[in-house]
Ligand binder design. Structure first.
Ligand code: PBG
Length: 322
C-alpha cells in the first residue's frame, strides 16, 4: 500500500504536526446572567450556571480571568414590573446592564465586555421587538429603541455591542448612532444568522423571557435556510458590522462554513443554552464523558470556521486547555 493515512496518526508528536485546528481560551466569550437580587440563583436547565447578583458577578468574572477567559457577554433577568410593551428599561442608564458594565470596567478596565441588544428581556410581550396591536413585530420603531439601548451600553463602557434582535437595518442604524455620539471605537458583533431555534429553551427559562404570544419566526431565520444567511451576511457587512455571528453553533456548522467562504470578516458562533444543557445532562447521567464532549463540540465549531466562540463552557474549557 502506498497510501497509509494512519502513519500521520502514529504518535502524539506526529499527530501534533498534522493537527489542523486548535482551541484557545483567548477565543472564548463567557455569557453571564445578571439579576437585581443580591443572591445568586442557580438555573435548573443549565447546571453550573446561575442568575448572578452584584457580588456573584464579580466573583464569577474574577474566576474567569483566573482561568484565562478575557471577555464576557451580559444578559439581564429584568424584574417583571419593569417590563413594558416598548421595553423602556432597555435605555435606562441606571439599569441593571449599565450598572453591571460599570462595576466590571471599574475593577478590570482590560476585560472586554460584550452586551446584548434586543428588547426581549425588557418586553412585557417577551419579543425582541415592539409588538403592534395586530401581533406584528414593528421593525423600524424597534430599531430606534435599539439604537438608544446600544448608546446606553456604550456610555456605560461596553466594548462590543451585539444586536441579537434580527430586525432589518439595525446594524447600520446602530453604527450610525454610535459614530454620531463619538463611539467610533465601540465594535458591532452582529447576530447575522440567528435561527428560530428550540435550543434557546433553557436561556428563556433563565431570563423568564419566552414570548407571551406567538413565536419569533417573522424575525429569526428558518432552520431550513443557508442562502438566506449569506444574504444577511452581505447586508451586515455592508452596514458596518465588525464580526458576524451564527447561532446556534453545533447544529449549524454548515452555515458557519458557508459564511467563512463568503466573507473576509471574522466569525463568531454561539454555542447556545440548549447545546450546553444536552452535554451537561448526558454527562450528569454518566452517559458521556462531559469534558471530552465539551472540547470536541467546541473544536468542531472552530474547525467549521469560528474565530470566536460564545459558550457557557468558557471557564471549564479554558481550564481544560491549560
Ligand atoms: C434574545 C436572545 C436569545 C438568546 C440570546 N439572545 C434567545 C431568543 O432569541 O429567544 C439565546 C441564547 C441561548 O440560548 O444561550 N435576544
Amino acid at each position: 500500500m502506498r497510501q497509509r493515512p494512519r502513519r500521520n496518526r502514529k504518535s502524539a508528536v506526529v499527530r501534533a504536526w498534522t493537527t489542523e485546528s486548535a482551541l484557545s481560551s483567548r477565543r472564548l466569550v463567557y455569557p453571564l446572567f445578571v439579576h437585581e437580587a443580591r443572591e445568586d440563583v442557580p438555573i435548573a436547565a443549565m447546571p453550573g450556571a446561575s442568575r448572578l447578583g452584584p457580588e456573584g458577578l464579580l466573583r464569577e468574572v474574577d474566576g474567569a480571568l483566573e482561568d484565562g477567559v478575557r471577555s464576557v457577554v451580559l444578559f439581564p433577568a429584568v424584574a417583571e414590573e419593569l417590563k413594558t410593551p416598548r421595553g423602556d428599561e432597555a435605555t435606562n442608564e441606571a439599569g441593571l446592564v449599565p450598572r453591571s458594565i460599570q462595576a466590571l470596567k471599574e475593577r478590570w478596565p482590560e476585560l472586554t465586555v460584550v452586551t446584548d441588544v434586543a428588547l426581549d428581556p425588557y418586553s412585557s410581550d417577551g419579543h425582541d421587538g415592539i409588538v403592534a396591536e395586530d401581533g406584528r413585530i414593528l421593525n423600524d420603531e424597534t430599531v430606534e429603541v435599539l439604537c438608544g439601548q446600544a448608546l446606553c451600553q456604550a456610555r456605560a463602557g461596553a466594548d462590543v455591542i451585539a444586536p441579537s434582535d434580527m430586525m432589518d437595518g439595525r446594524v447600520g442604524a446602530i453604527r450610525g448612532a454610535l459614530d454620531h455620539a463619538g463611539f467610533q471605537e465601540v465594535s458591532i458583533l452582529a447576530y447575522t444568522a440567528k435561527y428560530a431555534s428550540a435550543f434557546y429553551g433553557p436561556f428563556r427559562e433563565a431570563l423568564d423571557s419566552a414570548p407571551r404570544g406567538g413565536d419569533k419566526k417573522t424575525y429569526q431565520m428558518d432552520p431550513a435556510n443557508v442562502r438566506e444567511a449569506l444574504r444577511e451576511a452581505a447586508l451586515d457587512e455592508d452596514e458596518g458590522a465588525d464580526l458576524l455571528m451564527v447561532k446556534p453553533a453545533g447544529p449549524y456548522l454548515d452555515v458557519l462554513r458557508a459564511l467563512r467562504e463568503h466573507t473576509t470578516l471574522p466569525l463568531a458562533a454561539y454555542q447556545v443554552s440548549g447545546e450546553y444543557a444536552m452535554i451537561q445532562a448526558a454527562a450528569e447521567r454518566g452517559w458521556l464523558d462531559g469534558e471530552r464532549a465539551m472540547l470536541e463540540s467546541l473544536l468542531s465549531i472552530r474547525r467549521a470556521g469560528a474565530d470566536v466562540i460564545l459558550t457557557y463552557f468558557a471557564r471549564q474549557a479554558a481550564r481544560a486547555l491549560t
